[in-house]
Ligand binder design. Structure first.
Ligand code: AMP
Ligand code: MN
Ligand code: MN
Length: 327
């Protein structure tokens, strides 16, 4: 798979009129921020832009500038010139947003997941980027596309969330340079954005954490930590799917833990598995790919059929094997 250049993508963006910008189901800050940033830039160019996600805009990200542009896809499919998938490792993770495109002349796939197979007609997959937002910034700047405060704030939110506030290993000098330019050129108030991102959680998120910690388990001499959420816990606390984003970091943060796992019982007979690693030699993307999922070396996920207990056992066994190979 060879990547398209920013110039080639830039030309296609300028030469067409009707766009749909999509991202993965259960979106995160990188997915939503990247979508809004690119959509706002294209709108400024006079383009006609749809911004769709299966789950629509999440309550927790509704502070993002021009958040109202992002909606659930319509039930009747539409024709567009260009469909753009952002931050989406496999096309099926576009969910109902994919079904809403009846036809597109060109599919563009811009992402940073190493497991991305390069679906679509024009592809930029850059696994060295810690966030899709970083790639969107470079596209906008290199092609001299419109840029303003609202675009900057969306990109800052995308990059801040996917780097764990500029902590994770793929955070580079370039990431800080981009963040600096977003703050400077976009006139951002970093404290205010961070407060909206990290100090504005609903109380039920912490109530959920309390329940998850009750299920916390360690194995492999403390090198693996996991916790689980049942459908009952989710219903009792009336949590939204987005409420658990980032809670796994509490497990990763424990001294000696190499792999952290979060198991979430889903209503469709599957379990959503979220995995984090602190060691490049333990590739959680490879582990999740065995279960049909994917992601990055140090952060990955999968949806696995089976009961909570069955999936826990199978997944923990694969992690045990991966740790054995490492040591
Ligand atoms: P999460 O644990 O949901 O935050 O996901 C961690 C990383 O793995 C993210 O970059 C996801 O996009 C990716 N990921 C999660 N679930 C899947 C899946 N089922 N298939 C492919 N990639 C996934
Ligand atoms: Mn994402
Ligand atoms: Mn991302």
């Amino acid at each position: 798979m060879s990547n398209a250049t920013f110039e080639e993508i830039g030309k296609v963006l300028r030469d067409h009129q009707r766009f749909a910008i999509l991202s993965h189901v259960r979106p995160d800050g990188d997915a939503l921020g990247s979508q809004l940033a690119l959509a706002l830039s294209l709108q400024q160019l006079g383009k006609d832009v749809r911004v769709w996600n299966e789950n629509g805009m999440l309550e927790k990200y509704s502070f993002l500038p021009r958040a109202e542009l992002l909606t659930k896809p319509p039930s009747a499919a539409e024709d567009v010139d260009i469909a753009i998938a952002l931050d989406t490792a496999i096309q099926s993770r576009l969910g109902t947003a994919f079904a809403a495109i009846r036809s597109a002349k060109i599919w563009i796939n811009i992402d940073h997941h190493r497991s991305n197979p390069g679906y679509g007609d024009m592809v930029i997959v850059d696994p060295s980027a810690p966030a899709t937002g970083e790639i969107i910034f470079r596209l906008i700047k290199s092609q001299d596309l419109p840029f303003n405060h609202d675009i900057a704030e969306n990109l800052y939110a995308a990059i801040s969330t996917d780097t764990g506030s500029f902590q994770y290993p793929k955070t580079s000098a370039r990431t800080f340079e981009i963040a600096a330019e977003l703050v400077r050129a976009g006139g951002l108030d970093v404290g205010k954005v961070s407060q909206q991102l990290y100090e504005n959680y609903p109380r039920r998120r912490l109530e959920l954490l309390r329940e998850l910690l009750r299920t916390m388990r360690f194995s492999e001499c403390g090198r693996v930590a996991s916790f689980s959420m049942t459908l009952k816990t989710a219903a009792d606390l009336a949590v939204l799917p987005e409420d658990n984003e980032g809670l796994i970091d509490h497990l990763r943060a424990i001294r000696g833990v190499i792999v952290a796992v979060f198991f979430e019982e889903l209503a469709d007979g599957k379990v959503r598995v979220s995995m984090r690693s602190k060691d490049e030699a333990v590739d959680v993307c490879a582990i999740c790919q065995k279960f049909g999922g994917g992601g990055h070396t140090l952060a990955a996920g999968a949806r696995v059929r089976g009961s909570l207990a069955e999936v826990e056992e199978k997944v923990l066994e694969e992690i045990r094997e991966a740790l054995k190979r490492r040591s």
